[in-house]
Design a protein around this ligand. Structure first.
Ligand code: SF4
Length: 146
């Protein structure tokens, strides 16, 4: 199965038009075996030149995709930012992300995590994790080096 087919068959996938991984060896993006580290680095370098890198990375994080390199992020890179409904973080992170505009406004206003948590009806840890995740996504706009 090609990378494009594997990716297009995943629910709620973005438009993969222009995806660079569709033009190369699909196994590179699902590294395994003794070449795992070098394949991961090579896949990440290709992602950094891909026109849909950000959408790809955001989607992989939001969908809790476990395997492979997506948007320049390996499985290990994504794990801390994956919403809890897939990986056991509390409902609070998802609730924060569902109210992303409010969350971003409050962070811009330099409100404390406690104040934001009270307003959104979640705990402070959920706010902190959601903010970390959004900050990580912002970094993706400028290219991922992780
Ligand atoms: S960012 Fe990487 S994994 Fe995502 S579509 Fe582009 S080349 Fe493929």
């Amino acid at each position: 199965m090609s990378t494009a087919t594997r990716r297009a068959s995943t629910p709620a996938a973005p438009d993969w038009t222009g995806a660079l991984c569709a033009q190369t060896d699909p196994d590179l993006f699902f590294p395994a075996g003794h070449n795992q580290a070098s394949d991961t680095r090579q896949a990440k370098r290709m992602c950094q030149r891909c026109p849909i890198q950000r959408a790809c990375a955001e989607w992989a994080i939001r969908e809790g995709i476990r395997d492979g390199v997506w948007g320049g992020l390996s499985e290990d890179d994504r794990r801390p930012f994956i919403p809890d409904r897939k990986f056991g973080w509390g409902e609070g992170v998802q609730r924060c992300l569902d109210q992303q505009e409010v969350l971003e406004d409050r962070v811009a206003e330099q409100r404390s995590y406690r104040q934001i948590a009270e307003e959104l009806g979640v705990d402070r840890t959920s706010v902190r994790r959601a903010v970390q995740m959004l900050r990580r996504e912002e970094k993706l706009a400028g290219g991922v080096s992780a």
